[in-house]
Design a protein around this ligand. Structure first.
Ligand code: 3PG
Length: 400
């Protein structure tokens, strides 16, 4: 983007593909991290006199307008953060978008409505995606890719559009890629990885890749129960992906062969039912050994012994990557495991990276200062796929 700015962008319409896919409670943004992350790029362009057209997806609407997924709250928040008025187009490539962009003064900023209100954005059909990208291209003269959280998606605004306009990477993408490079090239050791979240199946690729690179892999969250079951323990009514047990056994074998330490919970917090995340009312729960989960009970968080163990495994690491909460952190009864890992990262002198999505939201909603971490990524799936060594369509398109 600095090159683009150096060439001069005054009066030029610049399409900024951001990731404003923030969690919402109705129309209230519960974590604005992704909006704050794109501010430096938008501000630099606006300050240089560009007419900035910000675009993003939000949620997974079905290719048609759906008010529940409107970007209006995100546009308003962007305006607050920039301290300027941000215009909002109520469609993506229609009359409102065209008129809003045409009405921008030099240095002005507009947000257009959710890209996924158009089937062409996410279409698997190249021609359909291309046609939508053409419509988007008509709104701008230049393209800046800065939606790091979406670079793993082969979508029109991420993959097809950059090929139609002179393009550059924004500051956020440059920062994110710089950090992830530190986790893949010349990693400082010991390299510890903490993986949580609900499904083992979401993490297969990254575990496979990390088995060749990490020194220690700590497992928590819903996916831990498939590991415990694979080791022959009963897990009651905990989340379980029975079909993943062969893969898990294979990982455990490979880890042993390679001298990679796999660390699993030694105790867990269990309850008879899943807590109500809205009311957050106190629940009946207790701590049990991880190999003694009673029938009818489900594990919902790491227990205190596990928290101590994990903190000790992170204390002497030189590099830590963490993705996925350790429990149902949205409920206060099951937030300690996630809080303990976050605290261990804060206390550690290691270079610490929190991989986006839920874990990034978790550290902020649990009240941690984000500056206490080496880096909090805005990309969940994107950072995992980067670590898997995959080619990410949104980065490939910007390199061309
Ligand atoms: C994310 O939340 O990881 C990104 O915004 C991408 O969203 P998606 O998984 O709906 O494509």
């Amino acid at each position: 983007i600095d090159e683009l700015l150096g060439e001069g962008v005054e009066g030029r319409r610049v399409f900024v593909r951001a990731d404003l896919n923030v969690p919402l409670d109705g129309t209230t943004i519960t974590d604005d991290g992704r909006i704050r992350a794109v501010v430096p790029t938008v501000k630099a362009l606006a300050d240089a006199g560009a007419r900035v057209v910000v675009a993003s997806h939000l949620g997974r609407p079905k290719g048609a307008p759906d008010p529940a997924f409107s970007l209006a709250p995100a546009a308003a928040r962007l305006g607050e953060l920039l301290g300027t008025e941000v215009a909002f187009a109520t469609d993506t490539v229609g009359e409102s978008a065209r008129a809003t962009v045409a009405g921008l003064a030099d240095g002005g900023v507009a947000v257009i409505e959710n890209l996924r209100f158009n089937a062409g954005e996410t279409s698997k059909d190249d021609a359909e995606r291309d046609a939508f990208a053409e419509q988007l291209a008509a709104l701008a003269d230049l393209y800046v890719g800065d939606g790091f959280g979406a670079v793993h998606r082969k979508h029109a605004s991420v993959y097809d559009l950059p090929g139609k306009l002179p393009h550059a990477a924004g500051y956020l993408i440059a920062t994110e890629v710089g950090v992830l490079k530190k986790l893949t090239e010349d990693v400082r050791r010991p390299y510890a990885v903490v993986l949580g979240g609900s499904k083992v199946s979401d993490k297969l690729g990254v575990i496979d890749h990390l088995l060749e690179r990490a020194d220690r892999i700590l497992i928590g969250g819903g996916m831990a129960y498939t590991f415990l079951k694979a080791q022959g323990h009963e897990v009651g009514s905990s989340l379980l992906q029975e079909d993943q047990i062969p893969a898990v056994l294979e990982y455990l074998r490979r880890a042993e062969d390679r001298g990679v330490e796999f660390v699993l919970p030694v105790d867990v917090v269990v309850s008879e039912g899943f807590p109500d995340l809205k009311a957050k009312a106190p629940t009946e729960h207790r701590t049990v050994a991880a190999d003694a989960i009673p029938a009818g009970f489900m594990g919902l968080d790491n227990g205190p012994e596990t928290n101590k163990l994990y903190a000790s495994k992170l204390a002497d690491a030189a590099t830590v990557f963490w993705n996925g909460p350790m429990g149902v952190f949205e409920h206060p009864d099951y937030a300690d495991g996630t809080r303990a890992v976050a605290q261990a990262l804060v206390d550690s002198p290691a270079f610490t990276v929190v991989g986006g999505g839920d874990s990034a939201a978790a550290v902020r909603t649990l009240g941690f200062d984000e500056n206490a971490f080496g880096h909090i990524s805005t990309g969940g799936g994107a950072s995992l796929e980067y670590l898997e060594g995959k080619q990410l369509p949104g980065l490939v398109a910007l390199e061309d």
